[in-house]
Design a protein around this ligand. Structure first.
Ligand code: 1HE
Length: 265
């Protein structure tokens, strides 16, 4: 672990390592199937809040046979309404740091990606699924509701009808189904997820930082507002991007035949 990443104080349920400009963050609680307890969720927030500037992309993965079994059900103590709101809000704050954080995040999904684990996966930017991945929302059978931002982030990925089906009937989606509907952007063989995620993260880390910011912060917001405001926001974002030194350097390199061509991958 580099000294900079090492300075971030993480709970024992999270492990971080650095590969150049990419940080790998692992859910390190395989004995509990990477169930998300409060300490782990606070650790996620601390990690994404205090990422050193040299880190340009993050890969998030789960140790063991599963990405995450979701909410740690041993923590489902009796809460009053306000306690429940505070708990859900603490997940919202942590996952917001991922979705609208400093750098793009690529997740490797395998085994169970369920409940809060699926909500966590929904907050990243690129999802690489291995063939063992399956998706479920068992909240219905546990008598609870999604609380980690799932009702906001999952409908654009799954559709409301499919999410209702999963929550009401316990239906699970396999990795192929997840890929077919666009829940994962990549589907790879078992064990190949980390290598693919690292390849993607290294590419992302090489992008102009403002473009990565515009894609992760501006694009989803522009897509959610009315078209008239969207066109104005897009024009401003594009103007800021092209005014950046980094863009000028890259365009000049291309025009002088030094920049990369678009290659089919
Ligand atoms: C857990 C949890 C957990 C496992 N909280 N301890 N999430 C769920 O409803 C999913 C519940 N978990 C499962 O259905 C299964 O564990 C799995 C399909 C994920 C994995 O099965 P398997 O056979 O590999 O493992 P296991 O034997 O069931 O579990 C191993 C241990 O992990 C065991 O503890 P042990 O002390 O007996 O060894 C389990 O109790 C423990 N474990 N999952 C606590 N979730 C913000 S709102 C979000 C709402 C939700 O996320 S609801 C969905 C909750």
């Amino acid at each position: 672990m580099s000294s900079d990443l090492g300075a971030i104080k993480l709970p024992s349920s999270l492990r971080a390592e650095q590969r150049g400009a990419v940080a790998i963050l692992r859910l390190h609680r395989a004995e509990k199937r990477n169930a998300l307890n409060d300490t782990l969720v606070q650790g996620l927030m601390a990690f994404f809040d205090t990422l050193p500037a040299e880190i340009r992309a993050v890969v998030l993965a789960g140790d063991g046979e599963h990405f995450s079994a979701g909410l740690d059900l041993t923590e489902l103590e009796e809460r009053d309404v306000f306690g429940g709101i505070a708990h859900s809000s603490s997940w919202h704050r942590a996952f917001e740091r991922i979705q609208f954080g400093k750098v793009p995040v690529v997740a490797v999904l395998h085994g169970a990606v369920v409940g809060g684990g699926l909500e966590l996966a929904a907050s990243v930017h690129i999802r690489v699924a291995e063939r063992s991945a399956y998706y479920a929302l068992p909240e219905g059978s546990r008598g609870i509701f999604v609380g980690g931002g799932g009702s906001v982030r999952l409908p654009p990925l799954l559709g409301v009808a499919r999410m209702m089906d999963m929550m009401l009937t316990g239906r699970t989606l396999g990795a192929e189904e997840g890929q077919a509907i666009g829940l994962s952007q990549y589907l790879v063989d078992e064990g190949a997820g980390m290598a693919k995620a690292l390849e993607l993260a290294e590419h992302i880390a090489g992008n102009a930082p403002f473009t990565n910011f515009a894609v992760t912060h501006m694009l989803p917001r522009i897509a959610a507002i009315d078209p008239a405001a969207g066109f104005a926001a897009e024009a401003l974002t594009a103007a800021i991007a092209q005014g950046e030194e980094e863009a000028k350097k890259r365009l000049k390199a291309f025009l002088e035949k030094r920049g990369p061509k678009v290659v089919r991958r």
